[in-house]
Design a protein around this ligand. Structure first.
Ligand SMILES: Nc1ncnc2c1ncn2[C@@H]1O[C@H](COP(=O)(O)OP(=O)(O)OP(=O)(O)O)[C@@H](O)[C@H]1O
Length: 322
């Protein structure tokens, strides 16, 4: 996807060809709690970038630093070659931020909320009216523009919150867990919206603790845990580099799986066993032979494809769903 960058502010020497945002070694401590130890990642212009990590990993802290709400204790975040902590105008001009908590005036209509946020961005008059109508259209809420926000569902409030962040035509839209607490239908609506915005050229940073969301939405993923980015890459690359291949076997009456060559790890899962291996055919052949020789009553045996879940497990040593 082609995205036009502002050539004046783009410092070609400090950025690779189409990097929009370069985050390097961010650190942040709250009192004694080290929220960020080393957060490093880069976002290409035009990409839909997923920041995936469990609760407390440091996602919101990272986003608040990117948007200038809080200051980092160390490291830097360069947007179009400029350190965002040193130039607040970069943030207000180029970034749209949708915080985790819905920030709207419940008593006001959707339209009046948009007027309030638009004016805060310095948009006025006919341009403001035009932009409000456009973002209402983009978020599918034109019909409800005059209704008070307090009458909206959680999903609709979220969509208006996103609309507020789009009024000033940001190049980068940062969304912090935008689907928490909303129903699956609204979630799909938000996904469609984000895809359309991304296709229109807006770069997205999407934070979540749901693996399925980054799998379906994002072309690039960074995995964050305990304030550290553990890896970054396209899903396929992460699966290839860190995803563990395995075999699942379920048999009745078997209390333990014997040790087999080329099996790195064995664990109980549901009513069966998972055998992690990088030599799937070899281990599968051995298992089938063992089952036949010992008359195991095999219910299921299959190759388990590497998943983001196993990537997370191998990078952090814990399951994301814990
Ligand atoms: N204002 C604060 N004061 C003290 N500790 C904080 C503060 N904000 C966040 N933390 C702590 O910093 C760590 C990172 O929090 P952060 O909110 O960035 O994580 P997160 O990945 O966004 O998780 P969540 O989805 O739960 O918000 C957590 O241990 C959190 O408790």
């Amino acid at each position: 996807m082609e995205t036009v960058l502002n050539s004046e502010s783009f410092n070609a020497q400090s950025q690779s060809a189409n990097t929009l945002l370069e985050v390097s070694h961010l650190k942040k401590t709250y009192g004694k709690k080290q929220a960020l130890e080393d957060v490093t990642f880069s976002v290409k212009a035009g990409s839909c970038f997923g920041l995936l990590g469990p609760n407390g990993a440091g996602k919101s802290t990272t986003m608040k630093i990117l948007t200038g709400i809080i200051k980092a204790d160390g490291g830097s975040a360069n947007l179009l070659g400029t350190d965002v902590s040193k130039d607040k105008n970069m943030v207000s001009k180029y970034i749209g931020y949708v915080p985790q908590e819905i920030t709207l005036y419940e008593q006001l209509s959707a339209y009046d909320n948009l007027v309030f946020f638009g004016e805060a961005y310095g948009i006025r008059g006919s341009e403001l009216k035009r932009r409000i109508n456009e973002v209402l259209e983009d978020t599918g809420l034109s019909e409800r523009a005059k209704d008070a926000v307090k009458t909206f569902s959680g999903g609709m409030k979220r969509r208006i919150n996103i609309a507020c962040a789009l009024l000033h035509r940001p190049k980068l839209l940062i969304l912090d867990e935008p689907t928490v607490g909303i129903d699956p239908q609204s979630r799909n609506r938000i996904f469609e919206m984000i895809r359309a915005l991304n296709q229109s050229g807006i770069t997205i940073i999407y934070s979540t603790h749901y693996m399925e969301e980054v799998e379906t939405l994002c072309d690039e993923i960074a995995i964050i845990d305990h304030g550290n980015v553990m890896a970054q890459g396209p899903l396929g690359e992460l699966l290839e580099r860190f995803g563990q291949r395995a075999i699942y076997i379920e048999t009745s009456g078997l209390t333990e799986i014997p040790q087999l060559p080329h099996v790195m790890k064995t664990r109980k899962e549901g009513s069966g066993w998972v055998l992690e291996t990088d030599q799937v055919s070899n281990v599968m052949t051995n298992l089938i032979k063992l089952a036949a020789d010992n008359h195991w009553d095999v219910k299921q045996i299959e190759v388990v494809r590497p998943s983001l879940e196993t990537v997370f497990l191998s990078l952090t040593g814990t399951a994301l769903r814990d």
